[in-house]
Write a protein that binds this ligand. Structure first.
Ligand SMILES: Cc1cc2nc3c(=O)[nH]c(=O)nc-3n(C[C@H](O)[C@H](O)[C@H](O)COP(=O)(O)OP(=O)(O)OC[C@H]3O[C@@H](n4cnc5c(N)ncnc54)[C@H](O)[C@@H]3O)c2cc1C
Length: 305
């Protein structure tokens, strides 16, 4: 049976789209490959989502999922591997388990922060290892943190952390910081910032079950231990948009090209949240996209009648 709107991904963007589409009376199927709630489930404390002074990511995700289900959205635990348009109002969404049919598709597949891939990393995320200074910087106010990376995002993250942290140590694997000169100048204007180049993180240091620092290794092979309260990994985001390349143009960095309207180049297909080209990737911007795309998808379906 054809669903009005298939939503790919159950992060905040997809769940908000489901809430709006169900309230508009459309049938909705959300297809999620792994975690209901998406990236926010990695955050132990969210302090910048309106209406909650502080809430754990899992609790916020749970509230969004519960709301979408209570409104009648269906959820399937499957991985989408392709989306094809057969004609106006007629899409086939292929998953690892089979095929689904929809009149409109909202892609809400998000992105993942690139990780260092070191032993014990999964358990340390949210417990010493972070990816977002805007989200988690306040937890390290007055403390010492490391930032891993030397490109624009790392340097901007480090500058932001330097405003509130006691000390920020930037660890870059290359010989210099590769961010824009103005961003580097702004970073180095802080007197609590140290930059270590030609160095990689070899392992995390965990003492008495708690994160306590990093083992660094420079290009000469020398190792040293850096004691820090937290580390921010800023080596880029990795969207996984290959399954959607037939219905949405993908830019050089892997994001689906879509503006504030969330429209892709294909009528009836919308891209929302972290998976699309945008400047600020946060829960609030993801939910905003979900609302915009759901309303547009409803209009698209109604225009076919
Ligand atoms: C540790 C951490 C802390 C953060 N803290 C904050 C914070 O405090 N405040 C804030 O505003 N933001 C925070 N963020 C950022 C915020 O979580 C993201 O901006 C937001 O989750 C993006 O929402 P989204 O719905 O676009 O994508 P996501 O949350 O990434 O959700 C996308 C979903 O799509 C699924 N998916 C992907 N591909 C497929 C496929 N092929 N088939 C089926 N399902 C698929 C994924 O499994 C995922 O569940 C944090 C992020 C992290 C990692």
């Amino acid at each position: 049976m054809k669903t009005d709107i298939i939503i790919i991904g159950a992060g905040p963007a997809g769940l908000t789209a489901a809430i709006y589409a169900r309230r508009a009376g459309k049938s909705v199927k959300i297809i999620e490959k792994s975690t209901f709630g998406g990236q926010m489930t990695y955050s132990p404390k969210i302090e910048n989502y309106p209406a909650f002074d502080a809430i754990s990511g899992i609790e916020l995700a749970d509230k969004m999922v519960t709301q979408a289900l209570a409104l009648g959205a269906e959820i399937e635990l499957e991985e989408v591997v392709g989306v094809a348009k057969n004609g106006e109002g007629d899409f086939t969404v292929t998953t690892t388990d089979g095929e689904h049919s929809a009149a409109s598709v909202i892609i809400a597949a998000g992105a993942e922060h690139r990780r260092l891939g070191l032993e014990g990393e999964d358990a340390l995320i949210g417990n010493g290892v972070s990816f977002c200074a805007v989200c988690d910087g306040a937890f390290y106010a007055g403390q010492t943190v490391a930032v891993i990376g030397g490109g624009n995002s790392a340097v901007v993250e480090a500058s932001l952390l330097a405003e509130t942290s006691k000390k920020v140590v930037v660890v870059q694997n290359l010989a210099t910081l590769t961010a824009e000169a103005a961003a580097v100048d702004a970073l180095l204007a802080h007197d609590n910032v140290e930059v270590i180049c030609d160095t990689v993180v070899e392992s995390y240091v965990v003492k008495d079950g708690a994160f306590s620092g990093l083992v660094l290794k420079n290009t000469s092979g020398e190792r040293s231990e850096l004691t820090v309260d937290g580390v921010f990994i800023a080596i880029g985001l990795a969207p996984a948009n290959a399954p959607f390349s037939k219905v949405g143009a993908i830019d050089a960095r892997g994001y689906i090209e879509a503006g504030e309207s969330c429209a892709t180049g294909t009528d009836g297909v919308f891209a929302v949240g972290d998976c699309r080209t945008k400047a600020v990737r946060q829960i609030s911007t993801a939910t905003a996209d979900g609302a915009v795309a759901a309303v547009s998808a409803c209009r698209y379906i109604d225009s076919l009648k």
